[in-house]
Design a protein around this ligand. Sequence first.
Ligand SMILES: [Zn+2]
Length: 54
Amino acid sequence: MNECLECGATVDAGDDPMVGEILACAACGVELEITQVGPIVLGLAPEIEEDWGE
Ligand SMILES: [Zn+2]
């Protein structure tokens, strides 16, 4: 079972979780990134910056 890092709510990683996948917590809306699978480790997803890239 995976828990949200922000609020502790259960986060469903789906049937086929993959590293790098972004999950949104249904309870608080924070975005969590799967950093490891088997067992699953969740990290806070980096905030998307508009000037990312160029
Ligand atoms: Zn949460």
